[in-house]
Unconditional design. Structure first.
Length: 165
């Protein structure tokens, strides 16, 4: 999947672009708009971007796996040190420790990820505050050029914005 970004100056043009993408066969679940006025988007039947589009959720969740492994190793190490030598933990017990560590790491990193604003959105934050609409279009790689040209042909003032690295 590739994400195309379009910075659009007004709501009417945003609605037009969304309709054209819909007519081109792109489902509503792949078009999201970030705006300082999400209520206007809802009234115009445009999908506003949600927390999963605006936050660093996926990146931080990946780190949650590493945190989970570290927590599991820490708990396992504490059990080895603290338990008497005649007490043995079964394989199921170790799997429970691992599951707890993963779950805890995932949970904590998810909470953190929901609060961390996505780095590529920061570049457009001032434009959005000024009233622009940032349209995010998730498309299969092979349709990216086609959809970019479709938008450009009807809206020559719009060019895809780069995703900063």
């Amino acid at each position: 999947m590739k994400r195309l970004l379009f910075l659009i100056p007004d709501l009417n043009e945003t609605r037009d672009v969304a309709r054209e993408l819909d007519e081109a066969g792109l489902s509503d679940s792949h078009v999201h708009v970030y705006s300082s006025q999400p209520n206007k988007l809802v009234k115009a039947h445009i999908h506003p971007a949600n927390v999963f589009h605006l936050a660093h959720f996926a990146v931080v969740m990946g780190r949650g796996v590493l945190i989970g492994v570290a927590i599991s190793v820490l708990i396992w190490g504490l059990f080895l040190i603290a338990l008497p030598s005649h007490v043995h933990i079964s394989v199921l017990g170790y799997l429970g420790i691992l599951g707890f560590g993963f779950g805890f790491g995932f949970w904590i990193s998810g909470l953190i990820g929901l609060e961390v604003f996505n780095h590529f959105m920061e570049k457009y934050q001032n434009d959005v505050r000024e009233g622009y609409f940032l349209m995010m279009v998730d498309t299969p790689d092979e349709r990216a050029d086609e959809l970019t040209e479709l938008v450009r042909s009807h809206h020559p003032n719009l060019t895809p914005k780069p995703l900063p690295h």
